[in-house]
Design a protein around this ligand. Structure first.
Ligand code: F0G
Length: 521
């Protein structure tokens, strides 16, 4: 075993200290395909099967030779990595390629305009900004409408029109000025309220100032609540809650209508104020424990967004890019989002970029001026992304089929373990190469040692350490679904890799069932 790496002084002091004390801190020296390598105390190189896989960035594996060669050639050609404000950039080609794929999958002729950033969370922030710009535009349109109606009402009143009973009740009598003052007051009150976002419980959308408020886990979100717009979370199994939540936060403003009559009647009506900015979802929830959304929920989300007039934003940062067997995982449930967000695997495991694709019917070009970043749209990342898209689409989509086939084989292996150890394995979830293997909560185990360790919340850590030390299989639990092991390896996962996972998980189940925790290495 590779000895401890010590406690760093200036960064990650706590994190590395914790990993180290648990015997899982490692200095990896090489990475290729599905494996990470370290050199042990005897100088021998040890291969570790990487189940963490860059949190999903390594669709084609560590240092994929084709991507690495392409990266070298980009640099050898001296491509312009930074040429901001020049007009042309390779990012434009990325947008074109993405449109070809997305329009095919969504079976639409609609265009999707691309806004680029550097990471997943940054792309989520761009989506929030765009959606908020859209909301503010809707507010402005409503205000302009109401202002025009107020002028019409004033003119009608001057011409002898009377207030309806409802309007007189609002004004406290037949007083057009008091009526319009009340309309203005209600409008100002509505506008002063901060906007709200909608998202699903156990979702994860990043950790930046705004995006973290869409991330359900309160540990990440709560300390920063005062900094950004708040989110109303909907339980994934209860789409009927959407209407209830929307109703609770509904804000109405007053509008005036001049109806027919000899001199006209000025009536007052309520109009919904645009309270919500966007509805953000992951078609397959990743960090929350690998939960694919149902087609029924997909339809309910589309209907709800249409009813409220907010964009449906599919965060495909983890689930997209072919990992689930289709370019967008949402395609498999017929999801029709207004915005699509991609990052992680788009950079081929070596570049960093994120992109938001926005349907032309909801797109505001102003964001092209309002949002920018030094490294967004850089030539190197864009060049890598083009290569990744080419690799995905090659041979009529062989990579998508490979992801699906590898997934089926892995799921079959995991389901066989569950059949043999129903007391240890609760559920196997996911599609293609985005899988979750959920252990049964062991706090009710017949073994006092196992139960106690589970109650203290350290059993999962023992499992992770054992998988690593005994089986050279690296996994991480998610913060939001502590019994689920996320498995999102490269689509080049081999049969031997699958066999290695089989042996490793079976061994853990065997130890859990035996109750002999001393067998954990
Ligand atoms: N959205 C989703 C669905 C994600 O899974 C992540 C990151 C992000 C946004 C943020 O992207 O890290 O590039 O800023 N998920 C990682 C995880 C961290 O644990 O699954 P980022």
């Amino acid at each position: 075993m590779n000895s401890t790496i010590g406690t760093p002084e200036f960064a990650d002091t706590l994190m590395v200290g914790r990993l180290d004390s648990f015997g899982v801190a490692v200095r990896y020296t090489r990475a290729e395909g599905t494996k990470l390598y370290y050199v042990d105390d005897d100088g021998a190189e040890v291969a570790v099967l990487d189940g963490v896989s860059g949190f999903g960035s390594l669709m084609f594996g560590h240092n994929n030779p084709e991507i690495v060669e392409h990266a070298k050639s980009l640099l050898d050609q001296r491509i312009p990595v930074h040429a901001q404000m020049a007009g042309y950039s390779l990012a434009l080609n990325v947008a074109t390629e993405l449109n070809k794929i997305i329009r095919r999958e969504l079976e639409t002729e609609d265009k999707f305009f691309a806004l680029f950033g550097n990471t997943g969370a940054e792309a989520v922030e761009i989506a929030i900004k765009h959606a908020e710009f859209d909301r503010v535009s809707r507010v402005a349109a409503l205000k302009a409408d109401v202002a025009a109606h107020v002028e019409q009402a004033r003119a009608a009143a001057a011409g002898g029109a009377v207030l309806s009973a409802a309007a007189a009740a609002v004004a406290g009598g037949q007083d057009i000025e008091r009526l319009t003052a009340e309309v203005a007051r209600r409008s100002a009150e509505a506008e002063s309220r901060p906007p709200l976002l909608l998202a699903l419980e156990s979702g994860f959308h990043g950790k930046l100032v705004s995006s973290v408020q869409l991330t359900y886990n309160p540990m990440f979100r709560a300390p920063f609540a005062a900094l950004a717009a708040q989110t109303r979370f909907i339980p994934r199994e209860q789409p009927e809650m959407i209407a209830k939540v929307v109703e609770q936060d509904r804000v109405a403003v007053l509008d005036l209508v001049v109806t027919a009559g000899p001199a006209g009647v000025i009536d007052v009506v309520e109009r919904d104020f645009p309270v919500f900015t966007a509805f953000m979802i992951e078609p397959i929830m990743g960090e929350g424990g690998i939960h694919p959304l149902s087609a029924e929920l997909g339809r309910a989300l589309r209907e709800a967004c249409d009813a409220i007039g907010v964009p449906l934003v599919a965060d495909e940062i983890q689930s997209g890019m072919g990992r689930a067997g289709t370019f967008l995982s949402g395609t498999q449930i017929g999801l029709r989002p207004d915005y699509i967000i991609l990052a992680k695997a788009l950079g081929g495991g070596i570049a960093k970029l994120g992109v938001v694709l926005i349907n032309e019917h909801r797109y505001h070009g102003d964001l092209e001026f309002l949002h920018s970043s030094t490294f967004g749209k850089d030539g190197f990342s864009s060049g890598i992304a083009l290569k990744v898209l080419e690799m995905l689409e090659a041979d009529d989509g062989a990579a998508y089929r490979q992801a699906a086939e590898r997934g089926e084989k892995t799921i079959a292996m995991m389901e066989a373990i569950r059949a043999d150890y129903p007391d240890c394995v609760k559920e196997v979830r996911g599609k293609g190469m985005i899988l979750g293997f959920e252990f049964e909560d062991q706090s009710g185990s017949a073994s006092p040692a196992v139960a106690e360790s589970a109650k203290q919340g350290v059993l999962q850590l023992h499992i992770i350490r054992h998988l690593f030390r005994k089986h050279r299989f690296r996994v991480a639990r998610t913060a939001s679904s502590p019994w689920t092991v996320r498995f999102e390896p490269s689509i080049h996962l081999s049969d031997e890799d699958i066999a290695q996972v089989d042996v490793a998980f079976r061994d853990v189940c065997d130890i859990l069932r035996s109750g002999d925790t001393s067998r954990f290495e």
